[in-house]
Design a protein around this ligand. Sequence first.
Ligand code: BGC
Length: 431
Amino acid sequence: MRIDNKLQDLKNEFDVSSEKIVEIAKLFKKAMEDGLGGFESPLKMLPSFIGSPSGNECGVFYTVDMGGTNVRSTKFELKNGSFENLGEVKSKLKDAEGKYDYTSGDTTGEELFDFFAELISKLISPNETGYLGHTFSFPSRQAGINEAFLIEWTKEIKVSGVVGNNPNYLLSEALKRRNIMVTPRAIINDTVGTLLVAAYMYKDAHVGTIMGTGHNTCYLEAKHPINGCEMIVNMETGNFNIGLPITKYDLTIDANSATPGAQILEKMISGYYIGDIVTLIIKDFYENAALFSDCSSSMELLSKNKIDSLTVENFILYPDRTIQSINCKKEDALILKEISEAVVRRASRLAAATYIGTLLHIDAGEIRNNHVIAVDGTIYEKMPRVPELLDEAFLEALKEKSKLISVKLVKDGSGLGAAIAAAVAVKLYPK
Ligand code: BGC
């Protein structure tokens, strides 16, 4: 009885009602407009200096793409709307055996970008020259398509000497040190890359979003205050913090993070933190005798490995494996599944609220046009039921109008999008 109550209380606490979704959507729209107008807002509304691509971009381009977990370099050929991957190298930012860690505060910017240059060197033959597009998935204030200044690290990265600097400058210096004749020509956020690629595929692609290690959304602003023209805006929605249903677990995660007070929405949605939320809930249940009451070794076994988003996925999909791996009872495995589902459901409904807010802004207060939301990232792609949970949230909040919204998985936008951005930049600003 007591266990049931604890679980029900948790589900209630993690529920985001349809009324709350609408309320958050409206607050989000207001924050967008405040940010765009230069007023104080948790949304940074960063200009990207790029609009929709023409679809006719051509040429061979190198890309480098740093996310929260991996860095990848690719050589793409763009041919009037189609593309070919001519080669790719990828590496983890942090070696599983602890041999290196390019995310830690002991790494310098110079070391990080030397590591990128080394990857790029594996794709390029001696004496070859080329242009590069860089996807840098951290809040950066852009001054132009090839110039961005890192505002702050997110996703718990702490490398020194990069905040305040232009990653493309640091990268070009690293390339020069290795005599690699590749010139960076564009720098974009991964959400922007996703939207650029989606624009090739769907005429109504207006929003690009990542639900992965990190969380963020961009959209196409029809008339940007900077140039009066179409421009993609990187909102840095992970930093949204108004009207959110914050729990004691969220407060603990925030307090223990590298960025207390910042990236509040990201800490409720993204893959980096989802496992930590589930961990805190499990500990709370255990301490209150609502979990593993007959088998204390299960808690010990569970604590041996970090609970990450993949563990959460497994709790939901395979309770039988949970029973085996931590030697617990079926009831316990089912509680872990329900805790995980509640956390994932909340994440999906909060993301949906921000997408609705974005579309309310695009359509000036009432959703009336068709919109494609292009999404990439493991939480959307792999976490059970996230696509349905988003659709459910749209339907509950918007009823009939929800039919105007379609969410499409656009994979690998962050790589290919950087090549498209470099092609656009080279055409706009030939040297
Ligand atoms: C970063 C964003 C990025 C997102 C997804 C966040 O932590 O601040 O710039 O788009 O992660 O990678």
